[in-house]
Design a protein around this ligand. Structure first.
Ligand code: FES
Length: 63
């Protein structure tokens, strides 16, 4: 696998890890974060969507 590709990894009982240089935009196209790696909520409990804020642990969410 090429090192320059974005890799999405669903973490066990947690967020999707998106690694490889990421730009996250809101619905209007405004950049809200640029980072090498981001963690995107997939449990629905985060108060900082689309990012994981750790709430999955409090809710004992299971993937
Ligand atoms: S996956 Fe962590 S808060 Fe949703």
């Amino acid at each position: 696998m090429s090192e320059d590709k974005v890799v999405i990894t669903p973490l066990t009982d947690g967020p999707n890890q998106v690694a490889g240089g990421v730009v996250v935009k809101d619905a209007d196209g405004t950049v809200i974060k640029e980072a090498e790696t981001v963690y995107l909520c997939r449990c629905g409990f985060s108060e900082d969507k689309p990012f994981c804020d750790g709430a999955h642990k409090k809710h004992n969410w299971k993937s």
